[in-house]
Design a protein around this ligand. Structure first.
Ligand code: FES
Ligand SMILES: [Fe+2]
Length: 388
């Protein structure tokens, strides 16, 4: 267990919070690229507790700026896009993607007042079928070239999960909690087998669980008694590579989370098959009613991510870690919390945190994807054992 203050340190994501400042050192996806169209050129984004509007102007440039207009606060979601940016619907203040105010139409013709206005704006990049935002101090780092994101010997697809109504760190702790796979997911991952005890699930298949840090986060290693092992990296701070995909967890605010999951599908002959943007699948909500919280909703346990979401949300909107009882199988969680505290301290000391890439030409990062692809081949391509 940890103190209330330590829990706040790990979980809070707003501007000025220790974890929020750490998370602002990394790029995060905020929308599927196809969500911005000519017919619908603005898209509301809440990320790290900040309300923003993503827009594409008529020259094709994409910007991400604060939702509330600098004039008197109307939402720019309803702004009109034009060649040079987005004009607030209320009095027409026109902003470009850098947050410069280009016009204030109701002011006298010779007014220079607009030059004094600087609207909050963040850099945006398009990558892997998504728009990504960087909300930290400049210069911005690079989006890391993880193998699963940049490999070309196959093709990519993108899964967008339903909004998760709890704090982001519950999802990340789950990523270093391999013991739950054989219990929580026993009906869905048993591949036709029935466990002799639903309490133990398939726990007795496991010989050892190990955890170690590496230059991009934490690797959890699950060794089975039949000699097979898998290693799934938590790519610090918000990504879990699981099989041939990465779950990218993006904190909306302290109490909500969005998850984008790009997949890499290896082609048997190594042929590059990416053509245009990845195909996108939007997953239906995992609970009914979709907008309610436990206990006023019921989770639908037909998929592994639904079971995980159920575990995370029912821990509480922000899990109470003052009264938990950690055991030996939770040592990955302890390791992650220690890593977070260390990396928060690095940021506070003015240093780059773990895994930040500043060289635009950095080499592809090996997340041990090949090993996982080989394991998937051994198990049969049709079997997707999601080892979250
Ligand atoms: S509130 Fe936006 S221009 Fe007035
Ligand atoms: Fe899981």
């Amino acid at each position: 267990m940890i103190t209330k203050e330590e829990n706040e340190l790990l979980t809070r994501v707003g501007p000025g919070t220790p974890a929020g400042e750490l998370l602002r050192r990394y790029w995060h996806p905020v929308a599927v690229a196809g969500q911005l169209t000519e017919a619908s050129p603005t898209h509301f984004v809440r990320i790290l507790g900040e309300d923003l509007v993503l827009f594409k102007d008529k020259s094709g440039k994409v910007g991400l700026i604060a939702d509330h207009c600098s004039h008197r606060g109307a939402s720019l979601l309803y702004g009109r896009v034009e060649e040079r940016g987005i004009a607030c619907a209320y009095h027409g203040w026109l902003y470009d993607g850098q947050g410069n105010c280009l016009e204030t139409p109701a002011e006298p013709a010779d007014s220079r007042f607009h030059l004094t206005v600087k609207h909050r704006a963040y850099p945006v990049r398009r990558f892997l079928g998504m728009y990504w935002a960087y909300m930290g101090p400049m210069p911005a780092p690079e989006i890391p070239k993880y193998d699963v994101w940049v490999r070309r010997d196959g093709y990519h697809t993108l899964v967008v999960h339903p909004r998760i109504d709890c704090n982001w760190f519950q999802a990340m702790e789950n990523s270093v909690d391999p013991a739950h796979l054989q219990i929580l997911h026993q009906e869905l991952t048993g591949r036709g087998r029935t466990p002799s005890s639903t309490t133990r699930g398939f726990t007795d298949d496991i010989a050892a669980l190990d955890f170690f840090t590496f230059p991009h986060g934490i690797i959890k290693k699950r060794t089975y008694k039949n000699g097979i092992f898998d290693e799934h990296p938590l790519l610090f701070p918000t990504v879990l590579r699981v099989n041939n995909s990465t779950e990218i967890r993006v904190p909306i605010d302290d109490e909500h989370l969005m998850i984008f999951e790009p997949y890499f599908h290896h082609s048997a002959n190594g042929e590059a098959k990416d053509a245009g943007e990845p195909a996108v699948e939007v997953v239906a909500p995992y609970k009914e009613p979709a907008d309610a919280l436990h206990p006023f909703t019921r989770f639908i346990w037909d998929r592994v991510p639904a079971q995980d979401t159920c575990a995370w949300e029912t821990q509480g909107v922000v899990a109470d870690r003052e009264h938990e009882r950690l055991a030996t199988s939770d040592r990955g969680i302890v390791l992650l919390r220690e890593l977070m505290v260390q990396q928060i301290a690095r940021v506070q000391a003015g240093l780059d945190p773990l895994g930040l890439e500043r060289d635009p030409d950095h080499a592809m990062i090996d997340t041990r994807l090949d090993q996982t692809l080989e394991l998937m081949r051994q198990r049969g391509a049709a079997v997707q054992v999601r080892a979250m």
